[in-house]
Design a protein around this ligand. Sequence first.
Ligand SMILES: Nc1ncnc2c1ncn2[C@@H]1O[C@H](COP(=O)(O)OP(=O)(O)O)[C@@H](O)[C@H]1O
Ligand SMILES: [Mg+2]
Length: 262
Amino acid sequence: MTQFFPSPHQAGCLAWEEIAVSVEDLWFAYREGKWILQGVHLQVPAGGFWTIMGPSGAGKTTLMRIMAGLLPFPKGRVFLLGHPLSGEPEPALRRLIGYIPQQLGLVRGLTALENVLLGSLARHPGWRTALGFFPRAEIERAMALLEMLDLADKADEKVFRLSGGERQRVAIARALMQDPQLILADEFVSDLDLPRAAQVLAFVHHLARERGLTVILNLHEIQLVQEFADHVVILKEGQVVFDRPALDLTWRLFREIMGGKE
Ligand SMILES: Nc1ncnc2c1ncn2[C@@H]1O[C@H](COP(=O)(O)OP(=O)(O)O)[C@@H](O)[C@H]1O
Ligand SMILES: [Mg+2]
């Protein structure tokens, strides 16, 4: 498959410490002989606000999971914040990554506050997981995050009672509770209507700028991508076919790349 545009971020353009995620010639298969990712290259600069797009089945979730250190891969190299990923569990590195899976991964029967507090376990793996044993400072921190996300009045509400938008914000608060350097979110805001999605994205964008976080989101809505992202990668059949500043992605080009599949 041909690349529509070559990457301006090919290896060598950025200094080492300026790169948050580097993916080099990454290959991945769930079953032998059926490659899902085929020689993916990416270099995400520290502080970048990137989106990954592409048709269903292109390999976006697989790539996200690998970048989150959750899936071992047979071929290629991935560096996160300067550390090579081996495919083995690496708790010290994991805690620097706030991963928000498509299903959000919240515990429905716990309250919003309790879910956010679970994010702090990544920083203190030795803690007792029994709720009620969280130090006061952590509870205050979790409350401050909920407040910032306009969820203070929902702190004691069980997650299954919250709306889709509220759950999304709880998941963000939980990821932030880890104090990550990198946020990876799969199918981010895809369950929300456009105005609500834009609101959540505006918040994350602001926060990322303020804290110097690197953000990689899998987003579908081109309007949102054009509004918030500084860079877009499009995956198709496990290959990067577009890797350019978001401003370069027009509707027409997007339709052409997707070949009618959106
Ligand atoms: N656990 C799995 N086992 C086998 N095949 C899988 C698994 N997860 C995903 N796949 C397959 O890998 C391909 C890419 O999936 P995925 O990364 O979820 O794509 P996307 O997120 O872009 O829709 C699809 O063909 C999907 O069916
Ligand atoms: Mg997916």
